[in-house]
Design a protein around this ligand. Structure first.
Ligand code: F6P
Length: 328
């Protein structure tokens, strides 16, 4: 597309926060200043766009934020932005500030919003993949995934200490919405006995058989990782079912929950967020609109948002094979 003249860029974070969002905002804003642009922070995602919660940013806003978890711009899931009336209000507010381009940092819902907005109002926009779930195509990894996996592994290591002391079986539920990326990564990294993911259902019978085999091999502790989305129930339900087959097992359930979304980003996430932040501004200046900037094989790639959100991102078959071998 022939690049439009861009002078003022608005940046927002939307949907579930992820570690590295602050680093991404900083990179977007600093890159904007580098190219002589005015930069605006849109607070609370699309909700703030609708309510005109928009501030012109200077470098003070982005000092010492790279290392912080969460997002200083705050985040929200906006029901009103899903309506044409909500999007009209949002557009009017952008116009009143003279904002002529957008960088949207978030997951698939947030990028869907950016795409709709572009279709309706033609405002140049680029998405950045900000979600712990890693469920966006067009990038090997999303911003926050690496930190979330590290956080999960650290927590599971601690659970293993007590599991081993008491010869217990733990079911640990991890986040990921309907994707199993965190579960696979954290499961391999914490030597899990089994990893239950939505993409490949495991029957209770198969799980029980595996646990029996491990019991014969005198494993003193067992950790089963359960992805939150769509196995055959929650970790608690699966644990209850397994208990009916293995009544002598001492079974406990831990849900890691939102602690996986917090914390200072890892060096990997800081680097990814920084590179993608610069790529977002440079992409806009080159006329790349309605795309998501991602990193594939360590190279910046711009993928149409409709492809990034629609394609079902495949799990890595090699990860699955390794997980299987190592838990046998
Ligand atoms: O998309 C990120 C995520 O943390 C998912 O892993 C999880 O299912 C969901 O958000 C939780 O959302 P909320 O914070 O609104 O409960």
């Amino acid at each position: 597309m022939t690049p439009k003249t861009i002078k003022k860029i608005g940046v927002l974070t939307s949907g579930g926060d992820s570690p590295g969002m602050n680093a991404a905002i900083r990179a977007v804003v600093r890159a904007g200043f580098y190219y002589g642009l005015e930069m605006y922070g849109i607070y609370r995602g699309y909700e703030g766009m609708i309510q005109d919660d928009i501030k012109k940013l200077d470098s003070r806003y982005i000092t010492h934020i790279l290392e912080r978890g969460g997002t200083f711009l705050k985040s929200a899931r906006s029901a009103e932005f899903r309506t044409p009336e909500g999007r009209k209000k949002a557009f009017d507010n952008l116009q009143s500030h003279g904002i002529d381009a957008l960088v949207v940092i978030g997951g698939d819902g947030s990028l869907t919003g950016a795409h709709l907005f572009f279709e309706e109002y033609g405002i140049p926009s680029i998405g950045l993949p900000g979600t712990i779930d890693n469920d966006l195509s067009g990038t090997d990894l999303t911003i926050g995934f690496d930190t979330a996996c590290n956080t999960a592994i650290e927590a599971i290591d601690k659970i293993r200490d007590t599991a081993t002391s008491h010869d217990r079986l733990f079911f640990v539920e991890v986040m990921g919405r309907d994707a199993g990326f965190i579960a696979i990564n954290a499961g391999i990294g914490s030597a899990a006995a089994a990893i239950l993911i939505p993409e490949r259902k495991t029957s209770i019978e198969a799980l029980v058989d595996k646990l029996k085999t491990r019991s014969k091999a005198k494993k003193s502790s067992n950790i089963v990782i359960v992805a939150e989305g769509g196995q055959s129930g929650s970790a608690q339900q699966i644990a209850d079912e397994v208990k009916t087959f293995l009544p002598h097992y001492d079974i406990k359930v831990t849900i890691l929950g939102h602690l996986q979304r917090g914390g200072s980003p890892t060096s990997f996430d800081r680097l990814l967020a920084s590179k993608l932040g610069v790529a977002a501004v440079e992409g806009l200046l080159q006329g790349k609109y309605d795309v998501m900037a991602g990193m594939i094989n360590n190279k910046i790639v711009y993928t149409p948002i409709v492809k990034a959100i629609v394609d079902d991102k495949e799990l890595d078959e090699e990860d699955l094979r390794v997980a299987n071998i190592l838990s046998t």
